[in-house]
Design a protein around this ligand. Structure first.
Ligand code: OGA
Ligand code: ZN
Ligand code: ZN
Length: 390
């Protein structure tokens, strides 16, 4: 088959790149189990056979997709689809429907988006469990703020490892907000949109004291805990207060492997997590480990100081505590942890649903310790990476 040299790009109302890829080399109407299919083949050997309804629903013409929003206008419920005439035209697929409607599809777009691929763009990296000795990738503040490559590197590490360090930033109040807002709107909580972590009089939260914070997730008492947390160090003169992190998914996987009964307890038995102060009483009943319907880990909710009274069946209480302490002991094991001190001008960012964080006790009489923090939605992190990859 001769290569298509005069390929015409069809406007698919799609911002991801489909300028280059395998050429569509054949199209024909076939019958599969007495149902019509549009059979397509590309010059890399890929092929598919699509029910006409899929193609009609994805028609990119101005009547079917809005020209500026790119959103779908076509309502498949109102269309008598039928069987189209099928041909190739300058490397594009041309369909003429029984009602006279014409659809043109870009051949590379079809290759990327043909059903069954489950991933049309490999832009967003897969999560990778930490190995022993893991330390987070570092990106300088200058690279992050002035180059797309720097921001991209930071976003990719955050998605892949669940933890990334920004280095050599200014020690200016609210820099954490400026960085977060370059990615997306802040996710506000009962602690505000931006919060100050320092020891305060009458603290309403353990973080606002000088005590050790063992590994935990933030706000697991919300239906939707914040996805990404940023913590920016402005001052760290006080003795102590080193940061610690653990890959909660790696710890949970090890427990699933080594003590499946304990894993099942934490994944199946919901408990109450609760924050209360004068203005709030925020409580949710969820298991500590959440898996999806394929058993994949989705979320860890571990925070000992806001765990409410344990309300599980009396004959399960001891087993539940055994499982809880097993998970906790694993979190404390050095092999899953990354420990280091944050210096002024450094910012740590992590996936609060996967990676647990904590800090050592510090002595506020030896100097100041001041971090500023805020939260972001994961959607904005992935979105920014897709935009940068265009
Ligand atoms: C917090 C927290 C860590 C620190 O504010 O939720 O965990 O290093 N702070 O103070
Ligand atoms: Zn159309
Ligand atoms: Zn915290």
């Amino acid at each position: 088959m001769a290569p298509v040299i005069d390929r015409e790009r069809v406007e698919m109302k799609e911002l991801a790149d489909y300028s280059d890829g395998p050429s569509l080399i054949s199209s024909e109407l076939i019958q599969v189990d007495e149902s019509p299919r549009v059979a397509l083949a590309w010059d890399d050997g890929a092929h598919t056979a699509l029910p006409p309804i899929w193609l009609r629903d994805h028609c990119p013409c101005d009547a079917c997709r809005h020209a500026s929003s790119r959103e779908r206008l076509c309502k498949i419920i109102d269309i008598e689809v039928g069987v189209p005439d099928v041909s190739l035209d300058h490397g594009a697929l041309l369909l003429v429907w029984p009602d006279g409607h014409e659809s043109r599809f870009d051949g590379v777009w079809l290759h990327q988006r043909r059903p069954g691929q489950h991933q049309f763009q490999p832009t967003v990296p897969a999560a990778r469990a930490w190995r022993e000795g893991f330390m987070p990738a570092q990106v300088t503040h200058r690279d992050f703020t002035s180059t797309d490559a720097g921001q991209r590197q930071w976003l990719e590490a955050l998605i892949r490892d669940g933890l990334v360090l920004l280095d050599q930033g200014p020690t200016e109040s609210d820099e954490v907000t400026r960085i977060a807002e370059s990615i997306g709107p802040l996710r506000a909580t009962n602690f505000g949109a931006r919060f100050d972590v320092q020891s305060k009089p009458n603290p309403n939260n353990a973080a606002y004291t000088a005590i050790e914070l063992e590994l935990h997730s933030d706000l697991p008492n919300w239906r939707n805990p914040p996805d990404i947390q940023l913590l920016y160090c402005l001052e760290s003169e006080a003795e102590g207060g080193a940061s610690t992190f653990a890959d909660g998914f790696a710890v949970a996987e090890a427990m699933r492997h080594e003590s499946p009964k304990h894993f099942a307890m934490l994944a199946e038995i919901p408990i109450d997590l609760r924050f209360q102060d004068d203005d709030h009483d925020i409580v949710v009943r969820e298991p500590i480990i959440r898996t999806d319907d394929r058993g994949e880990l989705r979320e860890i909710r571990f925070n000992n100081w806001i765990r409410d009274a344990v309300d599980v069946a009396p004959d399960q209480i001891e087993d539940w505590y055994a499982a809880y302490c097993d998970f906790w002991a694993r979190l404390r094991a050095p092999r899953y942890r990354a420990d280091f001190e944050l210096a002024p001008g450094q910012m740590i960012a992590f996936d609060n649903r996967r990676v647990l964080h904590g800090r050592g006790e510090f002595n506020p009489n030896t100097g100041k310790r001041h971090l500023q923090g805020c939260y972001l939605d994961y959607d904005m992190v992935e979105s920014k990476l897709r935009v940068l990859a265009r």
